[in-house]
Write a protein that binds this ligand. Structure first.
Ligand code: FPP
Length: 244
């Protein structure tokens, strides 16, 4: 079956999972899996751009990942810095705009610098926006958002009765970014793991059995095909969807 290019999700979010298991299966250290995962990032970004996806969000490091062994955390941070720096020209050549969400201040200074540089140098690109979720968790983001809204109320700028879903959306790190229509998780795990909890309210969930380092264009296209087969009803009945 062919992909319908008129029905491509605007925003795809991905939980890149299975790097550690992929490496272990080959008798290698976990970081070997992360290193090989970079090629999957490249392929997925390229494929998403070609198909006309406008936002691609990748869960690269969760708040909980800080609890991993120090060596792995340090190696992952260096990998991120090196990758961002190395790929910068390629991102610009393909008109990719880079953004980051999460508790960025908790990242090492080298990582913050690489991100700032990447974001600044790609800010005018408009083919696709690549959003890296780093030191991110949805509950962290929601707590922060609630505090911002509470402060507005306390300052007398907002009435409790006026708080709307839009206020909550714009208090989050994804303010201004449309919600993902499709969430992909690799490696067979069927969990959300504290990722974009508010934003995926209506997203289609797709679980791929493939470990992230093996994830290629064909797997991304498979996820999109599956998305296109599903009927998104938003609480309505089929007949209402078909007549609109
Ligand atoms: C999850 O696999 C993967 C991560 C925590 C890190 C993902 C990071 C990369 C692929 C490098 C990304 C580079 C850029 C530029 C975005 P896991 O370690 O949880 O695997 P496991 O479940 O098998 O242990």
């Amino acid at each position: 079956m062919e992909l319908d290019l008129n029905n491509i999700p605007q925003h795809v979010a991905v939980i890149m999972d299975g790097n550690g298991r992929w490496a272990k299966d080959q008798g290698q250290m976990r970081i070997y899996g992360h290193m090989n995962g970079v090629e999957s990032v490249r392929e997925t970004l390229k494929c998403a751009t070609e198909l006309g996806v406008k936002y691609l969000t990748l869960y690269a490091f969760s708040t909980e990942n800080w609890n991993r062994p120090k060596d792995e955390v340090e190696a992952l941070m260096s990998l991120l810095v090196d990758t961002i720096i190395q790929e910068l020209d390629e991102l610009n050549d393909n008109s990719v705009r880079l953004l980051a969400i999460g508790d960025l201040e908790s990242l090492p200074a080298s990582c913050q610098d690489a991100l700032k540089q990447g974001i600044e140098k790609t800010k005018n690109n408009d083919s696709i926006t690549l959003i890296l979720a780093l030191s991110y968790s949805a509950r962290w983001e929601l707590v922060n958002g609630m505090k911002k809204i509470a402060a507005e109320v306390e300052a007398g700028n907002l009435k409790v009765a006026d708080i709307s879903a839009e206020h909550i959306s714009s208090s989050l790190t994804t303010a201004g970014i449309p919600d993902p229509e499709l969430l992909i998780r690799t490696s067979g795990e069927q969990r959300i793991s504290n990722f974009l909890l508010w934003q995926i309210a209506y997203a289609e969930l797709y679980f791929s059995p493939v470990h992230w380092p093996d994830f290629r264009k064909e797997h991304f296209k498979e996820a999109l095909l599956e998305y296109q087969k599903r009927e998104r009803r938003f609480g309505k009945v089929s007949e209402q969807i078909r007549t609109h």
